[in-house]
Write a protein that binds this ligand. Structure first.
Ligand code: 13P
Length: 247
């Protein structure tokens, strides 16, 4: 159950929300809760949640180990703050910052090699969805994004399916639509790797996840969790999401 805070909150605000969340998710031991603050808040947030079981993710990283790459940050530097996950391939990185499948592949490899678990985001745009290209797009993103990565390196990977048309728009894929795609994704991993990898892969859904739709999403067989944007910025709504009710 992951909250992507995107470009919100300074150190004080992030720490405040992290502290409140740590209290709110107390006792939710059968699920993993992850929050992804901005770089400047990573160390403080990691510290704030250290005894709570909440894990921390960075929102991006670069694939080089050091050098003249103004404005970039390495996986080792991120690990140094105490975070354990890194979100890669988010549609906002793909569309606003022109990241392509090849670059995302380099970033995923580097993150895995340095011991960070990638939350690898994929998903089709509205135009691709309307043209019936959803599966072609996600197959391409998975194939190119994970190119050259051995199946034994995939145990920590989380795959986030986020249809771009559902991000921040209030439009959510119906739980059944999301389930259909998640099932296809798991099938693809079975074909490309093996049954074991497919079965163990955590496939999470993102795009206008809210307290009002979380329970329906989480009853779907192949939905293992969610990646939440807007609704993760508020302790009440995110703790309701993290505390989804299993039926
Ligand atoms: P929203 O939950 O605001 O639609 O954002 C989803 C998202 O992009 C999470 O990474």
């Amino acid at each position: 159950m992951a909250g992507n805070w995107k470009m919100h909150f300074n150190i004080k605000e992030s720490t405040h929300l992290a502290n409140d969340l740590a209290k709110a998710v107390l006792g939710m031991d059968d699920r993993e809760v992850v929050i992804a603050p901005v770089f400047t808040s990573l160390a403080a947030v990691t510290q704030a949640v250290s005894s709570s079981g909440i894990k921390v993710a960075a929102q991006n990283s670069f694939y080089k180990e050091k050098g003249a790459y103004t404005g970039e940050i390495t996986n080792a530097m991120l690990k140094d703050t105490g975070c354990t996950y890194v979100i890669l391939g988010h549609s906002e990185r793909r569309t606003i910052f022109m990241e392509d499948d090849g670059l995302i592949n380099l970033k995923i490899k580097a993150a895995i090699n340095s011991g960070l678990d990638p939350i690898f985001c994929i998903g089709e745009t509205k135009e691709e969805y309307d043209a019936g290209l959803t599966f072609n797009v996600i197959e391409r993103q998975i194939t190119l994004g994970l190119s050259g990565i051995n199946s034994n390196k995939l145990s920590g990977l989380v795959l986030a399916y986020e249809p771009v048309w559902a991000i921040g728009t209030g439009l959510t894929a119906t739980p059944e639509q999301a389930q259909d795609i998640h099932k296809l994704i798991r099938g693809l991993f079975k074909k490309k790797y093996n049954n074991e990898v497919a079965k163990n892969l955590r496939i999470i859904y993102g795009g206008s996840v809210k307290p009002s739709n979380i329970d329906q999403l989480m009853i779907q067989l192949d939905i293992d969790g969610v990646l939440v944007g807007g609704a993760s910025l508020d302790v009440e709504s995110f703790s309701r999401i993290a505390g989804f009710i299993k039926t």
